[in-house]
Design a binder for this molecule. Structure first.
Ligand code: MLT
Length: 262
């Protein structure tokens, strides 16, 4: 399905019936990374309405000029919820999706019934990380997404992950436009620190992290947990930075347990 939000055409999946769960994808992926969760929550469990957009610049959505600030992505999501007539959702975000969830909490906290933070961090980029984002943005613009992906893939996934999952991730990422990839990289480099927000989060919060995540390691997840009052951490075995795809069975089990409680 698609709709226009803030002048941009957004593609989204909207499946199932019941309490609404909105999942926000990570970088350099798109809505397809949540396919196992869409299936599980809307069909196998038949208990939830799952909404999964391609953010601006990604997948089948429009690719406007960047940089894409996390606040802009959050405004797009709020407009999407308006379009769907949803006052409140459970909001889940992975990595960049987590940065966007923090921006959403700052602006629209009353619309979040519960929060799921996957493989993300509240802190900003170092100067080195900001410079490397600019290098990567220019690489994507010059050479396309493939080369950037070759550079990123080893750090994204657990070393023992199957070739099938590797090619799934590659296929998803290659569907993105280099211009959108560059816009998101430049937006992430400018993101605000969310450390002070954590103690103000009052909704039930599930923090999920791949046990072998080298980009946002379990230590980061446990530190966030100690700052968010009503939160807990689940570590997903045999998974790196993208546990929804690397170990969907364990990830879905953690989701179902949390959603069943709220
Ligand atoms: C992601 O998975 O969204 C990225 O690792 C986020 C980032 O580059 O900081």
């Amino acid at each position: 399905m698609e709709t226009i939000v803030n002048g941009v055409r957004l593609f989204y999946e909207d499946r199932g019936q019941g309490p609404a769960v909105l999942f926000v994808h990570g970088f350099p992926l798109n809505s397809a990374m949540w396919q196992p969760q869409i299936e599980y929550l809307s069909s196998v469990q038949s208990a939830y309405r799952v909404i999964v957009p391609d953010l601006r610049g990604f997948g089948a959505s429009d690719v406007p000029e960047g940089p894409y600030l996390m606040e802009t992505f959050a405004d797009d999501l709020a407009s999407l919820l308006d379009t769907l007539g949803l006052d409140q959702v459970v909001l889940g975000g992975l990595s960049m999706g987590g940065y966007i969830a923090f921006a959403f909490m700052r602006r629209y906290a009353e619309r979040v019934r519960a929060l799921i933070l996957c493989d993300t961090r509240p802190t900003v980029d170092s100067h080195e990380a900001q410079a490397s984002r600019e290098t990567n943005a220019q690489l994507a613009e010059r050479e396309g997404v493939g080369l950037l992906l070759d550079k990123m893939l080893p750090a994204l996934l657990a070393p023992q992950v199957s070739g099938e999952v590797q090619s799934q991730v590659r296929t998803i990422a290659l569907r993105n436009d280099p211009k959108g990839i560059a816009g998101a990289l430049r937006g992430m480099a400018q993101r605000a620190d969310a450390t002070d927000l954590l103690p103000q989060i009052r909704v039930p919060t599930l923090i999920i992290v791949g046990a072998q995540d080298s980009l946002t390691p379990p230590d980061v997840a446990h530190a966030m947990q100690s700052s968010i009052p009503n939160s807990r951490v689940v570590e997903i075995p045999s998974a790196g930075h993208v546990p929804p795809l690397e170990n969907p069975a364990a990830f879905n089990k953690a989701l179902a347990a949390f959603l069943g409680e709220i």
